[in-house]
Design a protein around this ligand. Structure first.
Ligand code: ATP
Length: 243
């Protein structure tokens, strides 16, 4: 479904991604792990079209989208739930959801999908006419995912969705990711919660300083001493993989 090949992205003269390859097959959850500054967010933003590729390519459903503007990629079924969620706190919960559907004309279907989101998340239903600033961090994350779903994506990219959430919401979040995936959605997940990300993913890739240093079966990666030392220990993630 998605084929990223030899992707290079620079910020000025600094290379944030240096020749990254990544494949996502239809119906897969793929997780991208790595320490701070490894280039994970840059990769997601480049796939969305928010950062230009300096070299390399991105194909979606066999179509080269490397130079396509972000809105055209979204129309093809790619969405990003960015780090920090970026919901509009001065708009109501419902207005935030409607924003996710702004490119759609099937208003009846949109209404039904919004009602389904309310059924699933009663906290959002109860606060539908309140400002989104009234929501807890976990509720805001659910709203951000709900809003992204209203764009009818086939590939959802999530950047650090569990950041700052209570353990209860973290487990609700991973349940939701599994459920959306069972419904046919492909997922590209960037997470600091390495254990949970490897548990939910079909495949995993580890980035370090803009390069892929490990890739493959999440169970094998979880058992790899280098990954355990770098990301699954008690301490903060440390870029030691290529040392
Ligand atoms: P984090 O977990 O901290 O979000 P990350 O793996 O997502 O890290 P990126 O945010 O993609 O990493 O950053 C990759 C590199 O690019 C880092 O060296 C970072 O400092 C740099 N970088 C990111 N955004 C910009 C920007 N807008 N301008 C300049 N440099 C940037």
């Amino acid at each position: 479904m998605l084929e990223v090949s030899a992707l290079q992205v620079n910020y000025g003269r600094v290379a944030a991604l240096s020749g990254v390859d990544l494949t996502i097959n239809d119906g897969e959850i793929v997780t991208v792990l790595g320490a701070n500054g490894a280039g994970k967010s840059t990769l997601l933003r480049a796939i969305l079209g928010a950062e230009p590729a300096r070299a390399g390519g991105i194909a979606f459903d066999g179509v080269d989208i490397t130079r396509m503007p972000a809105h055209a990629r979204i129309a093809r079924g790619i969405v990003l739930v960015p780090e920090g969620r970026r919901i509009l706190i001065s708009l109501s919960v419902e207005e935030n959801l409607l924003l996710g559907a702004h490119m759609r004309t099937d208003t009846r279907a949109v209404r039904a999908e919004i009602d389904a989101i309310y059924q699933r998340f009663s906290n959002l239903a109860e606060r539908r006419h309140m400002l989104a600033s009234c929501l807890s961090g976990g509720e805001q994350q659910m709203l951000a995912i709900g809003r992204a779903m209203l764009a009818k994506p086939r590939l959802m990219m999530l950047d650090e969705p569990s950041l700052g959430l209570s353990p209860l919401f973290v487990s609700k979040l991973f349940d939701l990711i599994r459920e959306l995936n069972r419904g046919g959605l492909s997922v590209l997940l960037v997470e600091q919660n390495t254990g949970k990300a490897l548990a939910v993913a079909h495949r995993a890739t580890v980035l370090e300083l803009g390069k892929v240093v490990m890739a493959g079966d999440p169970k094998a990666l979880a058992a790899d001493p280098r990954l355990q030392q770098a990301y699954l220990g008690d301490g903060a993630p440390a870029p030691v993989l290529s040392a």
